[in-house]
Design a protein around this ligand. Structure first.
Ligand code: UDP
Ligand code: MG
Length: 192
C-alpha cells in the first residue's frame, strides 16, 4: 500500500496540477483521488449530504471528516490498485488524525505545491469553470482556512521529514521536473 498526499494552495491552472497528477498516475502507477472532486460528485448525486456539502464549498469551509473519509474509503475500495495519490486532503488536523485512525494509512510523502495568495487569486479568477467558490469573497475565505487549518497539517508532516515542497509559480515544465525529482531514489528535497 502506497499513498501520497498532494497539497496545493488551490493554485488553479498554470501550475499544471492536472498534468502533474496525470504524470504520477502514468509513470508511477498511482490512482488519483481528488477529495474536492469526490465531494462535488457526491453533492451532484443528490445525496442526503448534498446541500450541506454545497454550502460548505460555497463558504470555503472544510466538510466534516466522516463525510470526506467515507468517500475516499469507497473510492479506495473500488479500485484494485494499492497506490493512491490523494489530492486536496487532509485539510486540517482532524481530517488527518481521523483518516489515519480509520484507514491505518500514512503517506509515504507529501507533495506541497506552494503558491502566493496573489498568484492563486489571479489564476482562480481566470479559470471560469463555473465553480461556486471561485469568486473573490470565497477565495479570501479559502485562503484563511488554508493558513489556519491546512498549514498545520503540512507542518506536522514536515516535522516527520515527509514534505516535498514545490514552487508552483514556476512554469509548468519546471514544476514537472521538480515533481519527478520527488520520485527519484534520492527522494527530492525536504522542505525547509
Ligand atoms: N473540501 C473539503 N474537504 C476536502 C477537500 C475539499 O471540505 O478534503 C471542500 C472545501 O470546501 C474546499 C472545496 O472543497 O474549499 C474545494 O476543494 P478542492 O481541493 O477541490 O479545490 P481547491 O481548493 O484545490 O481549488
Ligand atoms: Mg485541491
Amino acid at each position: 500500500m502506497g499513498t501520497l498526499f498532494f497539497f496545493n494552495l488551490f493554485c488553479g491552472p498554470g501550475s499544471g496540477k492536472g498534468t502533474q497528477c496525470a504524470n504520477i498516475v502514468q509513470h508511477y502507477g498511482y490512482t488519483h483521488l481528488s477529495a474536492g472532486d469526490l465531494l462535488r460528485a457526491e453533492r451532484d448525486s443528490g445525496s442526503e449530504n448534498g446541500t450541506m456539502i454545497d454550502n460548505m464549498i460555497a463558504e470555503g469551509k472544510i466538510v466534516p471528516s466522516e463525510v470526506t473519509i467515507k468517500l475516499l474509503e469507497r473510492a479506495i475500495l473500488e479500485t484494485d490498485n494499492d497506490k493512491f495519490l490523494i489530492d486536496g486532503f487532509p485539510r486540517n488536523e482532524e481530517n488527518r488524525a481521523a483518516f489515519e485512525s480509520v484507514t491505518g494509512i500514512e503517506p509515504e510523502f507529501v507533495l506541497f505545491f506552494d503558491c502566493s495568495e496573489e498568484e492563486m487569486t489571479r489564476r482562480l479568477l481566470s479559470r471560469n469553470q463555473g465553480r461556486t467558490d471561485d469568486n473573490i469573497e470565497t477565495i479570501k475565505k479559502r485562503f484563511k482556512v488554508y493558513m489556519e487549518s491546512s498549514l498545520p497539517v503540512i507542518e506536522y508532516y514536515n516535522s516527520k521529514g515527509k514534505v516535498r515542497r514545490i514552487d508552483a509559480t514556476k512554469p509548468v515544465e519546471e514544476v514537472f521536473d521538480a515533481v519527478k525529482a520527488c520520485f527519484a531514489p534520492s527522494g527530492g528535497t525536504i522542505a525547509a
